[in-house]
Design a protein around this ligand. Structure first.
Ligand code: GLU
Length: 621
C-alpha cells in the first residue's frame, strides 16, 4: 500500500543519510562543549546565517538512538545531543527549545505541553503536565457576557483573556532536573545559537506567517518580530530572532525565575494585562497577576494505561483527554473485533475506516462528558473492558450511527442497559502545535507534544523578548457543550483547559514498541489512534501509517468527519455509501506533522510525514 508519492527514501538510504546527517549536523561537540558556560554569551556567527536548510527525511533507521519531529534543525540538534552522550530527556528539551525558534507559531516558551518519559531501566512511564493555567480570578462564566451569551471566539483568541500562564519553561526545568543528565543551561544553548544566527525560511513558515499577517499586524511588536515590511519573510531568506536568543541566554544563565518572578515575567504581565495594539483596535487585557505567574508549577502525573493487543498503551491524563480517548478508541476496535470475530486486518479499507470512525465518535462523546481538569475523571472505567464492551454494542456494522453520539456511563455496571446519555458534540479546538520523539542509546524514550494553541497563539508578542503568548484558555468550553449536562471543561480559578494532545508510548513484554504523537487540535486523538491501528493492525510500516489518508470523526453535531485525502477514492465513496459525511480539507490545510519511532527487528525506525505540512525530519544513529 503506497499512499505517498514524494520524499520517501529507502530504508537503506535512510540509514546512510541519517548517519551522514548526524555527523554533519550541529556536531555533538559543538552542542555540548559550551554546556554550562553561564556568563559567556554565545557569539553570533554571521557565516552560519547563510547555511542551507538541513535536509528533511521521512524515515531513518538506526541501531542506537533516534529522533523525529517536523523540523530538521530540531532533529539535528536532538541527534547531536544523543551522539554526544546525552539522554532522551536532554535531547527532548533541546529539540523543544529549537522548535520554539523554528516553529514559533506552534510552540515556544509562551505556551505549554505534555510529555511522556519512559525510563528503560525501570520500565516506568512518567508524565509531565506543563499545561497553561487560568488566572485565579477566572470563573465558570469567564467567557460569557452579562446575558449569559458566549463572548465572540475570535475576539477572545486575540486578546489577553485567552492567555494562560505559560508552562513550558518550568516544564523544561523540571524535565531536565528530574530526568535529564545535563543542566538546562546546556540544553538551551543550541537553540540560542539557532535563534541568533537564524534559520532558512521554508514554504511552511512563509505560509503560516502569511496566513497570520493581517492578525499579526494588529500588534506592532508581533509585526516587528515576525513580519518584514508587513509581509511574511521570503522563502529562502534567513529568519533570526535575537530577542528570543537573549531570553534563552538569560534562562540558561539565570534560571527560569527571571520568567516567573523576574523582569521577563513583568514584561509578560504588562503585555498580557494591556496588549499593545495598533490604534483603533480594542483588545481586552488579561487579569493575570504576578501571583498567578509565580505560582505556576508543572505537575508530575501518572500516565493513563490501557491494554491493546497484548501491549500496554501509555498516554497523558487530564487535563489532557489524549490518553483516555486514544485508549478508548483502541479498546473499541478490539471489542468490535470480539463481537464480530473479524479483525481490522481482515477488512477492506472502507469497512476498516467505518469501524474506526465509529470508535472515534464514541470516544469523543465520552471524553467530552467525563474528561477535564476535574478531580473525578473515571480513568479505570473509561479505559476498562466492561465499558468498552458496553460501548461497542452501539456500533452498526454497515451504517454510520447518527451524530452526535450520546455519551456512555462509565459507572462500573455493564450488565444492564445504561440510561441514554445526552449528545456530546465536539466543541471547537484549534489546529496547530508540534510534536517530537526521542529514543536514546539506553532505550529511554520521550514523547512530547507542545503548543501555544492556535497557529500564532494569541498573536501577542512580549515586547523585546521575541516570543508569542498562547491562547490556550480558549480550549475551555465557553458554555456547557450540552445545556443541563455537567461539563468538566468550563473555566475556573487556576484551572487548566482540557487538551487533545496525545503523546503516546507503547510497550510490550520485550520493552519499547512505539513512540508517537502529532499536532492538530482535536484531530490529534484520531490521528494518533489511526497511526497506531495502521501500524499494528493494518500492517503498515510506521512511515506509511503516518502518511496514510486520514479520517477524523469527532462526533461533530453536523456529523462531518475531517478527511485528508479520502474524497474521491474508492474508500471515500464507500464511506459516503455507509452514511459518513466526509468533509475534505483543502490540501494546504492538511495539518499533519505526525511523527514517531518504532522499535523493530532491524532497529529503531524514526518516521515523519512525507508530504503533509511540508514533510518532517527523522534521524537515527
Ligand atoms: N490546544 C490544543 C490542545 O491542547 C492543541 C492545539 C492544536 O493542536 O491545535 O489540544
Amino acid at each position: 500500500m503506497t499512499q505517498h508519492s514524494t520524499g520517501r527514501i529507502t530504508r537503506r538510504s535512510a540509514l546512510a543519510a541519517g548517519a551522514a546527517l548526524g555527523a554533519g549536523a550541529l556536531g555533538a561537540s559543538q552542542a555540548m562543549a559550551a554546556a554550562p558556560g553561564p556568563e559567556a554569551p554565545v557569539p553570533s556567527d554571521p557565516r552560519l546565517g547563510s547555511a542551507p536548510e538541513p535536509l528533511k527525511l521521512n524515515e531513518a533507521v538506526g541501531t542506537t538512538a533516534a529522533v523525529s519531529c517536523v523540523d530538521p534543525y530540531a532533529s539535528d540538534i536532538g541527534l547531536s545531543i544523543l551522539q554526544g552522550g546525552g539522554s532522551a530527556m536532554d535531547a527532548a528539551v533541546a529539540m523543544a527549545a529549537a522548535l520554539g525558534v523554528t516553529e514559533p507559531y506552534s510552540c515556544g516558551i509562551g505556551g505549554g505541553g505534555f510529555l511522556l518519559y519512559r525510563d528503560a531501566a525501570t520500565g516506568l512511564v512518567h508524565t509531565i503536565d506543563g499545561r497553561e493555567t487560568a488566572p485565579m480570578s477566572y470563573t465558570e462564566t469567564q467567557f460569557t457576557d452579562a446575558s449569559g451569551a458566549e463572548l465572540d471566539f475570535d475576539a477572545v483568541v486575540n486578546s489577553g483573556l485567552s492567555i494562560g500562564v505559560p508552562g513550558t519553561p518550568a516544564m523544561w526545568a523540571l524535565a531536565a532536573e528530574r530526568f535529564g543528565t545535563l543542566p538546562l543551561g546546556a540544553l538551551l544553548e543550541p537553540a540560542e545559537q539557532l535563534a541568533r544566527r537564524g534559520f532558512v525560511v521554508d514554504q511552511h513558515f512563509h505560509s503560516q506567517t502569511d496566513e497570520n499577517a493581517e492578525r499579526f499586524s494588529r500588534f506592532p511588536e508581533t509585526a516587528r518580530v515576525f513580519l518584514r515590511d508587513g509581509s511574511a519573510p521570503e522563502v529562502g531568506s534567513t529568519f533570526a530572532n535575537p530577542d528570543l536568543a537573549e531570553v534563552y541566554r538569560r534562562l540558561r544563565t539565570e534560571g527560569i525565575d527571571v520568567f516567573y518572578r523576574g523582569d521577563i515575567g513583568a514584561a509578560i504581565l504588562a503585555e498580557a494585562n494591556a496588549p499593545s495594539a495598533v490604534s483603533g483596535q480594542e483588545v481586552q487585557g488579561s487579569p493575570m497577576t504576578a501571583a498567578d505567574l509565580a505560582r505556576y508549577s508543572p505537575v508530575l502525573r501518572a500516565p493513563t494505561v490501557s491494554a491493546y493487543r497484548g501491549m500496554t498503551v501509555f498516554g497523558m491524563a487530564a487535563p489532557s483527554s489524549g490518553g483516555v480517548a486514544v485508549g478508548e478508541i483502541l479498546n473499541l476496535l478490539e471489542h468490535y473485533e470480539l463481537r464480530t470475530g473479524i479483525g481490522l486486518a481482515q477488512l477492506g479499507e472502507t469497512d476498516y475506516l467505518h469501524r474506526f470512525s465509529e470508535a472515534c465518535a464514541t470516544a469523543f462523546a465520552d471524553r467530552n462528558r467525563w474528561v477535564g481538569d476535574v478531580a473525578d475523571v473515571p480513568y479505570a472505567e473509561l479505559l476498562g473492558d466492561g465499558f468498552a464492551a458496553e460501548r461497542a454494542e452501539i456500533m452498526r456494522p454497515s451504517s454510520a450511527r447518527p451524530r452526535p453520539i450520546p455519551f456512555g456511563w462509565p459507572d462500573g455496571d455493564y450488565t444492564t442497559a445504561p440510561p441514554a446519555g445526552a449528545a456530546q458534540p465536539e466543541p471547537y479546538e484549534g489546529q496547530s502545535t508540534t510534536h517530537l520523539n526521542v529514543v536514546d542509546q539506553w532505550g529511554n524514550a520521550v514523547s512530547y507534544t507542545l503548543t501555544i494553541e492556535q497557529t500564532g497563539g494569541s498573536g501577542i508578542t512580549v515586547p523585546g523578548h521575541g516570543f508569542l503568548l498562547n491562547n490556550e484558555l480558549t480550549d475551555f468550553n465557553f458554555v456547557p457543550v450540552t445545556p443541563g449536562v455537567p461539563d468538566p471543561n468550563l473555566p475556573g480559578p487556576g484551572k487548566r483547559p482540557r487538551s487533545s494532545m496525545a503523546p503516546t508510548i507503547i510497550t510490550d513484554a520485550t520493552g519499547l514498541r512505539l513512540v508517537v504523537g502529532t499536532p492538530g487540535g482535536a484531530t490529534i486523538i484520531t490521528s494518533v489512534a489511526q497511526i497506531i491501528a495502521g501500524h499494528f493492525e493494518r500492517g503498515l510500516p510506521l512511515v506509511d501509517a503516518i502518511a496514510a489518508p486520514r479520517l477524523s470523526s469527532r462526533n461533530d453535531e453536523d456529523g462531518e468527519e475531517t478527511d485528508l485525502g479520502l474524497a474521491g477514492s474508492p474508500a471515500g465513496r464507500g464511506l459516503t455509501g455507509l452514511g459518513h459525511h466526509l468533509a475534505p480539507r483543502e490540501e494546504k490545510n492538511w495539518i499533519g506533522n505526525a511523527s514517531g519511532i518504532s522499535r523493530e527487528a532491524i532497529g529503531l525506525v524514526a518516521a515523519a510525514e512525507t508530504v503533509r505540512g511540508g514533510g518532517g525530519a527523522a534521524r537515527a544513529w
